[in-house]
Design a binder for this molecule. Sequence first.
Ligand code: ARG
Ligand code: ZN
Length: 473
Amino acid sequence: MLRTCFATLSLTALLATPLAPAAAAPDPGSPTAGDPYFPGYGNGGYDVRHYDIGLTYDVPTGHLSGDTTVRARATQALSRFNLDLELRPRRAWVDGVRAALSRQGREVTVVPEQPLRRGQVFDVRLTYAGVPGDKGHGYLGGWTETRDGGFAAGEPESATLWFPSNDHPVDKARYDVSVTTDADKDVVSNGTLVSRQDLGDGLATSHWRTRDPMTTYLATVVIGDYEIREGTSAGGTPYLIAINKHLPRDVRASATESVMRTPDVIDFYSRVFGDYPFESAGGIVVRPPIGFALENQTRPIYPGQFFYGPNVSVIAHELAHQWFGDAVSLRRWRDTWLNEGFATWAALRWQAHDGGSSLRREFRRGIRLTTLSGGWGTTIQPAPRGNIFDGAVYNRGSLTLQALRNRVGAATHDRILRTWVVQHRYGHGTTAKFVHLAEHLSGADLGAFFRAWLHTPSEPEHTRANGFPRSMR
Ligand code: ARG
Ligand code: ZN
């Protein structure tokens, strides 16, 4: 959501009167969301409200063709605007009228026949095609083609491989995803299955809907052969778990055992962090060893490689992101500790609850490990530019939260986290806002505390003010 200032409001009112002269010439929308970490990501000039994504996926060839309508609101008068997409665009329409189209790299430029007025809500429909599995994003993920289908999973990006978007977390929207593919394949996406329609000729269309605002990198679609388990948690949240049928038998068994803890974990977090923020929960276990798990909204994705034995801690990590990362999103990628530090700490909290070691003990262990690995030189705010997922973002981020708990006390710490979610769910958080909230609710001046933990390339001094318990000082 972008705010309008008073000056612009009155200008708009003036221009709307019938006798007003023509509006100031519309400008092209910016080709970037302005995030210095990833200047290519996102665009300016509009705010997406809804993606209606239509895909046809051919399993044997991995060929995807798309027909997607993006509903957006112009935040300035637009002569043209960009969408992010790496597949080949074919045709575009704006409000049903053919529009000119060009593509350079991941930037698709749409030129509507009539410029768009500031504040105008418009539909841009784009048809496109390509083989997304051919366009790797390397370790960042993207689209992974499999023998039985394929899936989207990647952070900080993956959307450009399957739908045109404003590909930056600053612009959250709602989604409908319809996929037509072989009728014997399962299709799983975020949110809730609205319908599944048999088209004859061995094809079927599955239609999923996400009710709550979601960022582009958290959108997913998974196509393949899956065992689907559905139910409702004791606390009343429906869940859907999908496990790939081609996993080795023992991996499939450990994965199933681990992912089936999902309802327990979300019920626990709901008590600790406040109500589970979305309509549905679950998880998807895929076969290829993509190297990371991802907190896709309502339906995290885990590769089988995480389950050579039971592993609930990765489940607890990705489910914590549903509150920290998904409901409360980043406004800028330099703030990844708000996602990864929080999820790492929350997983320790779950483990302590589930019979594992205490938060105190894990804090002591974390400090010692960071020292042994020579890890204190990396600061996490801002996140390292070359690697926003540096181990320090996870571990030092988690230690920061525990140190804060030690400093302000468990009750105040719980209140800070719950208030954080209530204030920012379905929107965005920043480090400055978190520091402000922590100071406000604790009544303490935490400037030096956060400077030591987030910004200083050395080990925080073992003081009470830095959140070290007496036994460690
Ligand atoms: N957010 C993911 C997690 O929970 C990290 C994904 C890192 N991305 C990547 N492509 N390696 O840990
Ligand atoms: Zn994470």
